[in-house]
Write a protein that binds this ligand. Structure first.
Ligand SMILES: Nc1ncnc2c1ncn2[C@@H]1O[C@H](COP(=O)(O)OP(=O)(O)OP(=O)(O)O)[C@@H](O)[C@H]1O
Ligand SMILES: O=C(O)C1=C[C@@H](O)[C@@H](O)[C@H](O)C1
Ligand SMILES: [Mg+2]
Length: 178
């Protein structure tokens, strides 16, 4: 199937994976190529509270963030024709996993730890879950979190440097599913 046929299928495309694997970067390009609206769930949560994710964690607590994360994702899953980029911890919640997997196509963006660690300096300031952790502790979290992404419809490896190439690969592999 080609891009046109992919875009005719109305189900949402949902990108999951660890912080920094490129869900937002690739997701925006996938949405543009398929002429769909792109929604970054972390940004939607920030809009609801009017403060950045790190401040939500610090001032309101992770529990409040996770509750909002669940309600925002559930509400977007009632819509269609979107490309959603989920926060790296969203799939920790069973309710989120089930609503995403039953309503939408869930694509797991996979990246090796070796490649991921090259991005730490770019993401650390805005990712409270990483702050104060040693490289060893980050590796532990990275490895543990892979279990939460185990349920998906498609896995796409994102070690490639060029986000355009990754976005096209997501679309091509997704088209094979249909
Ligand atoms: N293919 C790539 N090669 C190199 N760097 C990349 C690539 N894709 C994204 N990046 C960079 O890695 C960082 C994280 O990317 P991005 O914000 O898209 O990740 P994310 O999966 O959305 O993270 P989060 O779950 O924390 O929202 C950004 O600085 C981005 O510019
Ligand atoms: O992996 C996580 O637990 C998180 C990832 C980010 O996308 C944000 O959703 C938040 O910083 C928590
Ligand atoms: Mg993101």
């Amino acid at each position: 199937m080609n891009n046109i046929e992919v875009s005719l299928n109305e189900k949402n495309i949902i990108l999951i994976g660890f912080m920094g694997v490129g869900k937002t970067t690739a997701g925006m390009l996938v949405a543009k190529k398929l002429q769909r609206e792109f929604i970054d769930i972390d940004e939607e949560i920030e809009k609801e509270f009017g403060i950045p994710v790190s401040e939500i964690f610090n001032k309101l607590g992770e529990k409040t963030f996770r509750e909002k994360e669940k309600s925002v994702i559930t509400s977007f899953c009632e819509q269609k024709n979107k490309v959603l980029s989920l926060g790296g911890g969203a799939f920790l919640q069973e309710k989120i996993r089930s609503v995403c997997l039953t309503t939408s196509y869930v694509i797991f963006l996979d990246l090796s730890f070796e490649k991921w660690k090259e991005r730490i300096s770019q993401i650390i300031d805005s990712r409270p879950v990483l702050q104060g952790k040693s490289l060893e502790e980050m590796k532990e979290l990275f490895t543990k979190r892979q279990e939460t992404y185990a349920e998906h419809h498609l896995k796409v490896v994102t070690d490639e440097k060029d986000p355009e190439v990754i976005a096209q690969r997501i679309i091509n592999e997704f088209a094979l599913l249909m």
